[in-house]
Design a protein around this ligand. Structure first.
Ligand code: KIV
Length: 300
């Protein structure tokens, strides 16, 4: 099992092999998605919305990103893991950007970082790349600019804004980005950007011509019945599955059907006493009676 690197991704574009990217925010999901064959796992700042319940990605902090990156990198074995630089972690100065990118790599364990924005971040991207940290760009609908965009609206629909996005994409490649997310742009613009660049483009709401695709894992798994934008395809209905499973558990608890014999412990002898005499058994002696499993200290 060869670890995916930024070089693997470049070769994928050259070979016409689509890049499969997906978000994850914890070790359990990272492991499942890695086992399923993800090339890239993005620890997206979308966690501000899908994990933390905010209305935007703006409140996510560096410490939170480090925490989630640590969890995901423990779960992912083969995939290349990318960490999002959150709002205000790279906008103020290239120096701050390098330090924060360094934290995601050194503390979070990721193999590269992603930041949103065009040629205005040329110096910032060059500084991070100079520090030997690979950078993934992100153009089009950039959620950290939600207030500037006036909402989560498709970008590059007219010639002027489309041209700006193409120019930004060229600038990001020249600044040293190894790949580029194109979010919420018309598929014809994504096709032109993809053809013009030698680095892979990874689309979300950007049509089929990109070199790869990314979705938020909770979206493709159907975790939120209230969120179904045009660009999301649900490959499962986990909201229904999880809710159904939980309802089954609650019903069996209420009806006294769980735990049954299969899920209960037995002992050879139970000697009952009416008071609580001080035990003279050592902790090791007590532990030997019932071996404790590794999970949450629950006996198995
Ligand atoms: O934060 C995120 O999940 C992202 C993807 C939508 C590309 O940036």
């Amino acid at each position: 099992m060869d670890k995916v690197t930024i070089h693997t991704l470049k070769r994928s574009k050259e070979a016409g092999r689509k890049v499969c990217m997906v978000t994850a925010y914890d070790a359990t999901f990272a492991r499942i998605l890695d086992d399923a064959g993800a090339d890239v796992i993005l620890v997206g700042d979308s966690l501000g919305m899908v994990v933390q319940g905010h209305g935007s990605t703006l409140p996510v902090t560096m410490d939170q990103m480090v925490y989630h990156c640590q969890a995901v990198t423990r779960g992912a074995k083969r995939a290349h893991v990318v960490g999002d630089l959150p709002f205000m972690s790279y906008q103020a100065s290239p120096e701050e950007a390098v330090r924060n990118a360094g934290r995601l790599v050194a503390e979070g364990g990721v193999g590269s970082v992603k930041l949103e924005g065009g040629q205005e971040f040329d110096a910032t991207i060059r500084a991070i790349v100079r520090a030997s940290i690979p950078v993934m760009g992100h153009l089009g609908l950039t959620p950290q600019s939600v207030h500037k965009m006036g909402g989560y609206v498709v970008q590059g629909r007219d010639e002027e804004t489309a041209q700006r996005i193409l120019n930004d994409a060229i600038a990001l490649e020249e600044a040293g980005c190894y790949a580029l997310v194109l979010e919420g742009v018309p598929l014809e613009l994504a096709r032109q950007v993809t053809e013009r660049l030698s680095i892979p483009t990874i689309g979300i709401g950007a049509g089929v011509h990109c070199d790869g695709q990314v979705l938020v894992c909770y979206d493709l798994l159907g975790m939120n019945p209230d969120f179904k934008p045009k660009f999301v395809k649900r490959y499962a209905n986990l909201y229904g599955d999880i809710r159904g499973a939980a309802e089954g558990f609650f019903q069996e608890v209420r009806e006294g059907q769980f735990p049954d014999e299969e899920h209960s412990f037995k002992s050879k002898t139970i000697r009952l006493v009416s008071s609580n005499p001080p035990s003279n058994r050592t902790t090791q002696e007590r532990d030997r009676d019932e071996e404790t499993g590794p999970l949450y200290g629950v006996p198995v």
